[in-house]
Design a protein. Structure first.
Length: 344
């Protein structure tokens, strides 16, 4: 037998191509008449070679400058750019409105300042489009990420995410990076439970996703801080702490459950021989109790440290001091309730 002839490639008949998932990239804007044109030009030029069908949606949520006329002009100029106006402010409100009405299979968003390098967009979307994950997020804190930002924002960001990891046991490393994507059919039920319409929207969405067993994929990104940011760090941090207390209470009382579970894993091979599961109830109970107790103690200590730092950072204000103290006490109490619930 001629080995060369036997191993020669044979012509194939290609199966019909499957429909590609479409992605809708939302850009929330508030008084961004200066930054918006450059953002859209850069993003659309980059997306011209994107392997999936795409659309860019600009959401003007309450601008008082010329942002809306600029957005409307860009929508007329570019075929795949859509613009809509929202009368209320808040990044969460903008994303909620755009993602609810989007016709795409995948919804995403990025900040108008393009702080995140666009080279991470395809890995971000691909994880969701492949079916591997329900949500994907950019991270500035994982190994391989590169950032350029002020020391103040670096400290606040890392402290906040440490609090999330030890207080809630989350697996993601960066909740607030403005670079995320999700399956549309999954994120809509989650948004029904998300109460925040401002900066805490991202964190609440991710906490609910992990709480309900969804898979969150992380993509390390290159990120450069834009000095013309609309984020007010101290006010945002205080609002985030209030939101954490509220979400922790929702989890403790069972109100954070959403009917968006992933299917149970099944063997791929039709003739696979499966091992019988071993009973390990006692070991699981012990490990859950230890993890819950440790989580509660860590949350209380970390929150006390962060609250002290916030009090020293902000100018004296009796009302603000009382507000921070109330949030700290509520969060620590809820963390202990969560640890007690885990021991059951």
């Amino acid at each position: 037998m001629d080995t060369r002839a036997a191993t020669k490639p044979r012509p194939r008949v290609r199966a019909p191509a499957a429909r590609l998932a479409g992605v809708d990239i939302v850009i929330p804007v508030l008084n961004e008449e200066r930054a918006l044109p450059g953002c859209v030009r850069t993003l659309t030029a980059f997306l011209d070679g994107f392997p999936l069908p795409w659309r860019v949606t600009i959401v003007d949520n309450g601008s008082t400058d010329a942002t809306w006329p600029v957005a409307a002009t860009l929508a007329r100029e570019y075929e795949h750019v859509h613009a809509r106006r929202l009368d209320v402010r808040g990044r969460g409100a903008a994303l909620r409105a755009a993602w609810r009405e989007s016709p795409a299979d995948i919804v995403a968003y990025m900040d108008v300042d393009l702080s995140t390098d666009l080279g991470a967009l395809l890995p971000l979307v691909a994880s969701v489009a492949s079916g591997h994950s329900e949500l994907a997020i950019g991270t500035r804190l994982a190994h391989g990420a590169r950032t350029r930002r002020s020391l103040r924002r670096e400290i606040v960001s890392r402290s906040y995410n440490v609090l999330l990891r030890h207080g809630f046991g989350v697996r993601f490393s960066d909740a607030q990076c403005g670079f995320k994507a999700a399956r549309t059919d999954v994120v809509r039920p989650l948004m029904d439970k998300v109460e925040d319409d401002a900066w805490f929207f991202d964190t609440e969405l991710l906490l609910l996703a992990e709480h309900n067993g969804l898979r969150v994929h992380e993509v390390p990104v290159d990120w450069i801080e834009d000095a013309d940011s609309r984020v007010r760090i101290v006010r945002t941090a205080l609002d985030d702490l209030k939101g954490l207390a509220r979400v922790a209470w929702s989890m403790a009382t069972g109100r954070a459950r959403v009917d968006v579970t992933r299917p149970e894993p099944r063997p791929t091979h039709p003739d696979a021989v499966l091992a019988r599961p071993r009973a390990a109830a006692a070991a699981r109970l012990t490990s859950f109790a230890a993890a819950g107790l440790l989580s509660g103690v860590r949350a209380a200590v970390l929150f006390a440290l962060l609250t002290t730092a916030a009090l020293l950072w902000m100018p004296p204000d009796p009302r603000r001091t009382a507000e921070i103290g109330a949030v700290a006490a509520a969060y620590c109490l809820i963390a202990l309730l969560r640890s007690a619930r885990a021991r059951k």
